[in-house]
Design a protein. Structure first.
Length: 532
């Protein structure tokens, strides 16, 4: 078991997002090694921007609601031991002529110094919070967040962004401008007027976005999530799952359904959040126009947003930010889990290095046709295969499978997480046979991937059984009677070879070839066969 965490190294930090529609709080516990645990997430609808986009003023009642929510969240954070609360205000506050009055009211009630940020800065933080949803690799994604008063846009991948923008288009703003919040149904003509306005405001951005080769559309915000919830309830008769995307034709169908309803009917629509019923069509018009103009066939909803970006930005700029400097989103999330579980990082890095060498040499021999993505998953699984010891040394492979399966690993989809969890389990026990419950939910291709990668991970883990890092390199070559595992070592590796000997039948089963070993150590070579 890992040693107990020194309480003096812990700090609890709150991140508050004061938006035009809602106030949100993210409260996290941060350790000295920059791992973190989410303690709570809270949201309160306050409609701060209900009048500001019409007359430029925050209404006194809206100020009171927002201040009360901020005070409640600040008290909650203090009660949970927060050492600081970082609070940012967005569109409604930055456009209001009585912004100073609102900020003073928050200060009096909470002692918080709220910072009002620009639209571009809001877009940057939203990108930081949502870029985890982008596919790995160098492909570009368009990120959109539809707020109450503004819409933020970013283009980038998991590592960097190339474009940021903020438009004065939002669900509350458009609903107020075009009187969509009334009790009547909304005609097609009225909805088209909203879309025409969106096109006019967004025209320069749309022209710029056409220059990027966007292969994925990711949408945060309550509008996009709620539209997707309705799509899956109405069209597919089920609850939306995390990996689901919303197809444009499905969204168009739902928009038509919601338009035809009076407000009270809309509040009862399957899957809708009743608090959003009066503004959802204003927000829908924005995503509708962008998908149409940019010929985007689907959008991936996400529940991440600016508050997540605030957390990641805080970690990156902290005193210990260098611990994760230069890492991709996926690498950071892997190390976050491993370090949270007190994993032996020196050992897992050795195993990861050896596993990848075995993967590469096996590919040169034509033993598999897997590519860069599978290679990455093998490396990540090797870095995580030891996390089960956090719960118990006994049956650690079962615990590793559970921890990886349950973790919210950023940048990975559910299939990738399931593959890594299965690899961690089979690295020490059993074989990934077709009916094994640890492979449930994986298709045949993914099961074959697990079977192949398990062989490399099992050998690599055995080669560092001593945890001394004595094995420098390992590769597979063809021999006269099968495969030869060629090892270059520094020092005594007899214990490691025992581990290989123990696993050789399982490895032969997985690779479909007989296996022997050749060791080069301090200038000498010896060969050993495990075959009868």
């Amino acid at each position: 078991m890992p040693s107990q965490v020194d309480p003096s190294t812990l700090r609890i930090v709150g991140f508050m997002d004061i938006g035009s529609n809602s106030v949100r709080l993210l409260l996290v516990r941060i350790n000295a090694n920059q791992t973190y645990t989410i303690l709570t997430e809270q949201r309160e609808v306050v409609r701060l921007g209900e009048t500001v986009f019409v007359d430029g003023l925050l209404h006194p009642a809206a100020i009171r609601r927002a201040v009360a929510a901020c005070a409640d969240f600040a008290s909650l954070a203090k009660a949970r031991g927060a050492s600081e609360v970082i609070a940012l205000a967005t569109s409604a506050a930055r456009e209001a002529t009585n912004q100073a009055e609102f900020l003073r009211a928050v200060k009096r009630s909470t002692d918080l110094d709220v910072r009002t940020i620009s639209g571009k800065e809001e877009a940057r933080l939203i990108y930081m919070g949502t870029s985890t949803e982008a596919r790995s690799g160098d492909t570009q994604a368009l990120f959109m967040d539809i707020g109450g008063g503004s819409t933020e846009l970013a283009v980038g991948n998991q590592k960097t962004y190339e474009y940021l923008d903020s438009l004065r288009l939002g669900a509350i703003r458009l609903s107020a401008m075009f009187k969509l919040e009334g009790t009547s149904a909304i005609s097609a003509k009225q909805y088209e007027r909203v879309k025409d306005h969106v096109r006019d405001v967004a025209a320069p951005s749309i022209k710029r976005l056409r220059q990027f080769n966007v292969s994925q559309f990711v949408g945060s915000s309550g509008t996009i999530e709620n539209l997707a919830d309705i799509v899956y309830r109405v069209i597919y008769d089920r609850k939306r799952e995390r990996e689901d995307v919303m197809r444009y034709p499905d969204m168009k169908r739902i928009i038509g359904m919601l338009r035809s309803m009076r407000l009270e009917e809309r509040r009862r629509a399957p899957g809708i959040n009743p608090e959003r019923a009066d503004i959802i069509l204003g927000g829908a018009a924005i995503v509708d126009v962008f998908m149409d103009e940019l010929d985007l066939g689907e959008i991936k909803p996400t529940d991440r947003g600016m508050r997540d970006g605030l957390l990641f930005d805080y970690l990156a700029n902290s005193d210990q930010g260098s611990l994760y400097a230069g890492l991709s989103v996926r690498e950071r999330s892997v190390f976050q889990l491993a370090r949270s579980c007190g994993s032996d990082e020196v050992h897992t890095r050795v195993v990861a290095r050896l596993a990848v060498e075995l993967f590469d040499s096996a590919k040169k021999l034509g033993l598999h046709k897997l590519g860069a993505e599978e290679r990455n998953l093998l490396e990540f699984a090797a870095l995580l295969h030891d996390v089960g010891v956090f719960l118990s040394y006994d049956n650690q492979q079962e615990h590793a499978w559970y921890l990886i399966s349950s973790a919210d690993l950023l940048g990975f989809n559910r299939t990738e997480i399931a593959i890594m969890a299965a690899l961690a389990f089979f690295s020490r026990k059993g074989l990934p046979k077709r009916g094994n419950p640890k492979l449930a939910g994986l298709d045949e291709a993914a099961k074959r991937t697990v079977r192949t990668l398990t062989a490399f991970l099992r050998i690599a883990d055995s080669l560092d059984r001593s945890r001394l890092g004595n094995v420098q390199h390992a590769r597979l070559v063809k021999g006269r009677d099968g495969l030869v595992l060629v090892i270059r070592a520094d020092g005594d590796i007899s214990g490691n070879l025992w581990g290989v000997r123990y696993n050789h039948l399982a490895v032969e089963n997985l690779l479909g070839h007989r296996l022997s070993v050749k060791v080069s150590s301090t200038g000498e070579s010896k060969a050993e066969s495990f075959n009868p």
